[in-house]
Design a protein around this ligand. Structure first.
Ligand SMILES: [Zn+2]
Length: 233
């Protein structure tokens, strides 16, 4: 067989491996990015819940202080009620007492609602923390496996790339530039088998005389449809 064809077939094998490795590396990197996004989302949810619980708790503390103040006011009003001098004063104290009692009722209700709210947020937080821990556990093992895989494929890719680069100068000048151009475009196939009369690169039938020549002539030929180098074998 023509030595250019032999070398091109060999180089194509290295190049196919380079492309396969590259594809696998991209896929693994995509999986790592997916895990990282999930980890970030989970962490974000936990932090957001912690923040809102903190706000609710500080609001609860303030309401409890306000409630204590109103209760103190009510006690004082009760003392004053026992010491009123006339009806007008008695009516005024009674009014104030009624208003303070209503305010206290409202505050107690708000405090209860707030406590319920904190409780339900706490259970959401517990769920979010559990999910975050689960995702962390799953992803740690998976990411380590993916990184090891990337490392392995990168090594294989580099080795094959080096062999490809080393072999390129051995091609004759007549085919080298075109070969390089074809490997760098589309699916990277520069030389393909011809199966009967069908080019395996584009699945189109080449003219019969060309197919005949490929099997007989010991020279480099190209598919009349896609332009790739063809060989029979
Ligand atoms: Zn073709």
């Amino acid at each position: 067989m023509n030595s250019d064809i032999v070398r091109m077939i060999e180089l194509q094998r290295y190049w196919d491996t380079v492309l396969r490795c590259r594809e696998d590396i991209e896929k693994s990197a995509g999986s790592i990015a997916f895990w990282e996004k999930r980890l970030e989302e989970n962490q974000g949810r936990v932090l957001a819940l912690q923040g809102t619980i903190k706000l609710s708790k500080s609001s609860l503390r303030q309401k409890e202080i306000d409630l204590a103040a109103i209760e103190e006011k009510i006690v004082k009003l009760q003392t004053r009620r026992d010491a009123v001098k006339n009806e007008r004063e008695a009516a005024a104290v009674a009014n104030e007492h009624a208003a303070a009692s209503a305010e206290r009722g409202g505050m107690e209700e708000e405090i209860l609602l707030l406590m319920d709210d904190i409780e339900s947020k706490n259970s959401l937080l517990a769920e979010a923390e559990k999910e975050a821990a689960d995702v962390l556990e799953q992803s740690t093992a998976d990411i380590a496996m993916l990184e090891e895989r990337i490392e392995r494929f990168r090594k294989q890719m580099d080795e094959n790339r080096a062999k490809f680069d080393e072999g390129l100068p051995s091609l004759s000048a007549a085919v080298r530039a075109k070969f390089q151009k074809l490997t760098g475009s589309g699916n990277g196939k520069a030389i393909v088998r011809i199966d009967g009369e069908t080019c395996e690169g584009c699945r189109v039938q080449v003219p019969v005389h060309l197919a005949g020549d490929v099997s007989k002539a010991d020279r480099v030929m190209s598919c009349s449809n896609c332009g790739r180098f063809i060989y029979s074998g």
